[in-house]
Design a protein around this ligand. Structure first.
Ligand SMILES: Nc1ncnc2c1ncn2[C@@H]1O[C@H](COP(=O)(O)OP(=O)(O)O)[C@@H](O)[C@H]1O
Ligand SMILES: [Mg+2]
Length: 388
C-alpha cells in the first residue's frame, strides 16, 4: 500500500507495523526495572546469572529483550556487552548446540566492527599474562583489532572456513576454526577475559523463543538443556579458579505455558529419582528470584498510549496525545477485542487503519471498525469473562 494512502490522516506511513522494536516502550515498568536490576546484579556477581522473562505470545518479550540490549549500547559506557537477541534453537540446528549458539552470537548477535572492536582496542594484557589454555582464543579475538588480521579472525568467529596459510599470515594458526562445543566455550571465556581487561564487567546473552525447544525430538531437547547446563557449570568452574573475567548473564524469554510444562517434567523426573542429566539440572540452575513474569495485557490507558505513540511517530508536528482518526469508543472496542495484548492491538489497528484509508473514512469509531473487520472476515476470540 502506498504511503499516500495515509495522507488523509496526516500520517507518513502505516504506524502499526509488527516487529518494530525501535519505538517507545509503553508500560512494563515493573518488568523493566527488574530486568535492569538483574543486569546490575550480574555486574556485581562472581558467578553466572541465569534469568528468565515469561510472557504470552504477543505480550512483548522480544520487544523487551531488544530494548534492554539496546539500552546497554555502547558497552564502553554501560560496561555490559549485550549479545543478541537470538533464538535459542536455529531452524538448521546441528547436533553441536553450544557451538552453533556461539557462532550465531557472532554472526547475528553483535556488531563486531562497531560494538566489539572499539572495546577490544582498550584491552591491556594482565601482568601475569593470559591463562595458557585460553591464550589462542584471546589471540583470535584481539586479532580483530589488527587491520592485517581482522577479516580472517572474523571468518573464524562466524564459522567460515579459512586456509591454513591465511591463519598463519594473520598470526592465528592455533585457532583455524571453532570446531567443537569446547572451542565455543573457550571463545566465550576468552571474550570474558578480554572484556574484563577493557573494563567491561558483564556479558549479557539475550536468548529468545526458548519454547521452540519443544519442537525438537526428545533426545535433542534434553541435549539442548544439558548443553546450557554445561555452559553454566563451566562458568562456575572458571570463576572458582579465580578468573578475572566479565560475568555471564543469560537472559532467556519463553512463554509461561512452556515454563509450566518444564516445571511439571522436573517434578516427574524428581519423582523417578533421575537427576544427572536432562531437564532437572538445567532447571535447578535458575533461581526463582530471577524469573520475571509479565502479564499478557497492557492496562487500558497503556493501550491508548500505545496507539497514540505509534501514530505520533508517523506524524510531523502533531500534538503528542492525538488519537484522531480513531474515536474513544474505537479505542475501547480495540482494547476489548485484543484483550490488551500488544501484538493484537497493533494488528487490529493496522488492519482497520489501512482499510479505513482505502474507504476514505475521516473518522474511525467502533462501528466502522466492526464493519471493516467483518467485511474482511477477520474475527478475534470472544472475550472470556474473567471469573475469579
Ligand atoms: N511495552 C510495549 N510498548 C510498545 N510496544 C510494544 C510493547 N510490547 C510489545 N510491543 C509491540 O507489540 C508487538 C508484539 O511484541 P513482541 O515482543 O513481538 O511479542 P512476543 O515476543 O512476546 O511474542 C511488537 O510489534 C512490539 O513492538
Ligand atoms: Mg517474540
Amino acid at each position: 500500500m502506498s504511503t499516500k494512502a495515509f495522507d488523509l490522516y496526516r500520517l507518513k506511513g502505516q504506524p502499526f507495523e509488527l516487529g518494530r522494536y525501535d519505538v517507545q516502550r509503553i508500560g512494563r515498568d515493573v518488568e523493566w526495572t527488574r530486568l535492569r536490576q538483574i543486569v546490575n546484579f550480574a555486574q556485581q556477581s562472581r558467578s553466572p546469572v541465569n534469568a528468565v522473562l515469561l510472557g504470552t505470545y504477543g505480550s512483548g518479550k522480544s520487544f523487551l529483550l531488544w530494548q534492554l540490549a539496546r539500552s546497554l549500547q555502547p558497552a564502553t559506557k554501560s560496561r555490559v556487552l549485550g549479545l543478541g537477541p537470538i533464538r535459542l534453537v536455529d531452524p538448521e540446528q546441528k547436533r553441536d548446540f553450544t557451538r552453533s549458539l556461539v557462532l550465531r552470537l557472532f554472526v547475528r548477535g553483535m556488531d563486531i566492527e562497531n560494538e566489539l572492536v572499539p572495546i577490544l582496542r582498550n584491552v591491556a594484557a594482565p601482568k601475569a599474562g593470559w591463562p595458557s589454555a585460553l591464550r589462542p582464543f584471546v589471540g583470535l579475538l584481539l586479532a580483530l583489532t589488527r587491520p592485517d588480521a581482522a577479516a580472517v579472525a572474523r571468518k573464524v568467529l562466524i564459522g567460515s572456513r579459512i586456509l591454513r596459510r591465511e591463519a598463519e599470515a594473520a598470526g592465528i594458526a592455533e585457532t583455524l576454526q571453532i570446531r567443537t562445543s569446547d572451542d565455543a566455550i573457550a571463545v566465550i571465556q576468552a571474550l570474558q577475559l578480554v572484556l574484563h581487561a577493557a573494563g567491561v564487567t558483564a556479558i549479557a546473552m539475550f536468548i529468545d523463543e526458548v519454547e521452540y525447544v519443544d519442537a525438537l525430538p526428545r533426545a535433542q531437547r534434553v541435549a539442548v538443556l544439558d548443553s546450557l547446563k554445561h555452559l553454566w557449570d563451566q562458568q562456575v568452574d572458571f570463576f572458582s579458579k579465580g578468573a578475572n573475567a566479565a560475568t555471564l548473564l543469560i537472559l532467556m524469554a519463553a512463554t509461561p505455558d512452556y515454563w509450566h510444562r518444564l516445571r511439571q517434567q522436573v517434578m516427574m523426573e524428581g519423582g523417578r529419582g533421575e537427576s544427572g542429566v536432562g531437564i532437572t539440572p538445567f532447571f535447578a540452575r535458575i533461581r526463582a528470584s530471577e524469573v520475571v513474569e509479565m502479564p499478557a495485557e497492557l492496562a487500558p490507558d497503556e493501550a491508548r498510549r500505545l496507539i497514540v505513540s505509534r501514530m505520533s511517530e508517523a506524524r510531523d508536528g502533531q500534538k503528542r496525545d492525538e488519537i484522531i482518526p480513531f474515536t474513544d469508543d474505537y479505542v475501547d472496542y480495540a482494547y476489548q477485542l485484543s484483550q490488551g495484548l500488544p501484538r493484537q492491538i497493533i494488528e487490529i489497528c493496522g488492519v482497520v487503519l489501512a482499510e479505513a484509508a482505502q474507504r476514505k473514512l475521516k473518522k474511525i469509531d467502533a462501528d466502522a471498525a466492526r464493519k471493516i473487520l467483518s467485511d474482511l472476515l477477520i474475527s478475534y476470540e470472544p472475550i472470556s469473562e474473567k471469573v475469579s
